[in-house]
Design a protein. Structure first.
Length: 190
DNA sequence: TGGGCGATTCGCT
DNA sequence: GCGAATCGCCCAC
């Protein structure tokens, strides 16, 4: 499996997001297979970058291939991969992993034993991997991050994004079809 | 300078 | 299924 380079992210966020499903993400050697992501485009009212650049979202306005980490609900950290050309301010939120590497450490950090509770949610996976604000702005193609390309193209399901109040109808949530490690099930397409 | 508000999670009913 | 926890950010005053 090849490692993903920064140029991989230098495309439309709507193109990159589904291609991340099935890729492997590790942080200091701990992680797993990406099974759920959401795309946030700069023209999208639900995106943090929609209102312009601020101290919090500055990384989103930088070049593609870097990590944007933010505090959610004052409690959790969430990690995004910045995409598109510099200034585009678009990113992919990583929402769930299927844990494959470093499970004992993840169980200790999370305080739970069930593998399905380790990384099935954006706040859960950052806790399991040990990602915090300290890692905001780090490049994705160098340690502690490691991203490996998927071996084959998987079946992907799409649907509306979770937990937002604006642009709720955009189907920019992508998941690995049939995975038991999703943060929430995808509604069957009608 | 202060108050309202989340790209969430967990525990209890 | 519902609501509390919890705090950095952001804008209005």
């Amino acid at each position: 499996m090849r490692r993903l380079r920064k140029s991989f992210f230098d495309r439309s966020v709507l193109e990159v997001a589904p291609e991340l499903i099935g890729a492997t993400l590790t942080f200091n050697g701990v992680g797993g297979i990406i099974v759920e992501v959401e795309a946030y485009h700069h023209t999208d009212p639900a995106a943090h970058s929609y209102g312009g650049e601020t101290a919090r979202n500055a990384v989103m306005f930088g070049p593609a291939g870097y990590a944007y980490v933010y505090r959610s609900y004052g409690i959790h950290w969430c990690v995004n991969f910045v995409c598109e050309a510099q200034g585009s301010a678009s990113a992919v939120l990583i929402r769930a992993l299927e844990p494959t590497q470093g499970l004992p450490l993840m169980r200790r950090r999370r305080g739970v034993a069930d593998a399905r509770a380790l990384c099935s949610g954006p706040g859960r996976l950052t806790e399991a991997l040990g990602i915090t604000r300290a890692h905001n702005g780090l490049p994705l193609d160098a340690p502690p991050f490691a991203l490996r390309e998927r071996a084959a193209v998987p079946d992907i399901v799409t649907g509306p994004r979770i937990g937002i109040t604006k642009a709720v109808d955009l189907p920019w949530r992508y998941g690995l079809s049939g995975s038991r490690f999703l943060s929430k099930p995808f509604k069957a397409f009608v």
